[in-house]
Design a protein around this ligand. Structure first.
Ligand SMILES: NC(=O)c1ccc[n+]([C@@H]2O[C@H](COP(=O)([O-])OP(=O)(O)OC[C@H]3O[C@@H](n4cnc5c(N)ncnc54)[C@H](O)[C@@H]3O)[C@@H](O)[C@H]2O)c1
Length: 314
């Protein structure tokens, strides 16, 4: 496989294209919008500069990776010609993805594998394809060029050969892959994060602690252990007899799913949607989202390097 195709050049797609290009592949990056394609080109260059600043990329290779290995195109036929692997990162909408997969099936070489980066959709229920053995989900985490995990979700008709080819492809890119054998919404990473999110809203709405204190508790408490012990090994350290006792007590009752949060509604109504507005739960002091994300990315890269040295990223 020499050529890879990424469809959708938004938040996820531009970064996915960059990861494949860094891995030495020729990449076609496709989007309906020429403006978004142009923006993705400059975002990729800015991401490469950040990697170079963290001493993880040779800046002399910037043009080679961003311009020679990646073709930016809004022609879907051209994007998939001669490709071996297609991953779509278009909007999370059933109709859009369904139509796109039909086009991909028609235009991509018959041996090409087709993947979706959907977060929650059961694509296996609605995708119409003549190659169901070559269709699966590869779910990345933002920012994809920094966070290693890719969840590979197997459909009822996906062949084992497809699973192994896709796993090897991503392993060789340096990603950490896990294979999820049956579809469930949110897979495993987002499900765990969503469960924690429900509790965060209960604590905030109930006035138990401030956003700052919840973040302190997460980062200086259980969060410090997470990269080393994960969520299961931690229980071996606690002692399974104690875990048994805690389970039996039923002292923790999960919150209901309210479907909304008054605090979030108020913040959004005030134009505080988070980093993109320079304010959300926190105030970012008038700094641009690029500046704030750059600072975050450098810290994440440092942490990732350290965890890699400890051998904790699998
Ligand atoms: N943002 C995240 O943190 C994240 C993480 C994991 C997975 N995902 C999933 O990845 C997918 C993309 O999310 P995103 O946040 O990058 O979205 P986004 O809105 O930033 O980008 C989507 C892009 O797809 C383009 N597009 C729409 N229809 C198209 C078509 N038919 N052909 C080509 N391009 C088309 C749009 O122009 C847009 O640029 C979604 O399925 C989402 O659930 C997102």
């Amino acid at each position: 496989m020499k050529k890879v195709t990424v469809i959708g050049a938004g938040t996820m797609g531009h970064s996915l294209a960059m990861v494949f290009a860094l891995g030495g592949y020729q990449v076609a990056l496709n989007d309906l919008s020429p403006e978004i394609l142009e923006k993705s080109r400059s975002l990729i260059k800015a991401n490469l500069d950040t990697l170079a600043e963290a001493k993880l990329f040779d800046p002399a290779q910037r043009e080679e990776v961003a311009e020679k290995r990646i073709t930016y195109t809004n022609d879907l036929g051209q994007a998939v010609a001669g490709t071996g692997f297609v991953v779509e990162a278009v909007v999370e909408n059933v109709e859009v993805k369904k139509k796109l997969f039909s086009e991909l099936d028609r235009l991509a070489p018959p041996e090409a594998i087709l993947a979706s980066n959907t977060s929650y959709l059961d694509i296996f229920k609605f995708v119409e394809t003549s190659r169901p053995d070559k269709v699966l989900i590869t779910h990345w985490f933002a920012p994809p060029h920094i966070v290693p995990l890719v969840e590979i979700v197997v459909g009822p008709q996906t062949s084992e050969q497809t699973v192994q080819t896709v796993k090897r492809l991503h392993d060789e890119l340096g990603k950490t892959t896990i294979v999820i054998r049956k579809f469930l919404p949110g897979f495993v990473g987002n499900r765990m994060q969503a469960a924690l999110g429900l509790e965060v809203f209960r604590l905030l709405e109930g006035g138990y602690a401030s956003p700052e204190d919840l973040d302190k508790a997460a980062k200086a408490g259980f969060g410090l252990r997470l990269p080393i012990l994960g969520v299961v090994k931690r229980m071996d350290f606690t002692g399974l007899d104690l875990v048994q006792h805690v389970l039996k007590n039923k002292s923790y009752q999960p919150p209901e799913v309210p479907g909304r949060s008054q605090i979030v509604d108020d913040l959004v109504a005030q134009g505080r949607r988070g980093v993109k507005d320079g304010a959300g739960f926190y105030d970012y002091g008038g700094r641009s989202s690029e500046e704030i994300m750059h600072e975050r990315d450098l810290k994440l890269l440092k942490l990732r390097k350290f965890l890699e040295e400890l051998g904790e990223l699998g």
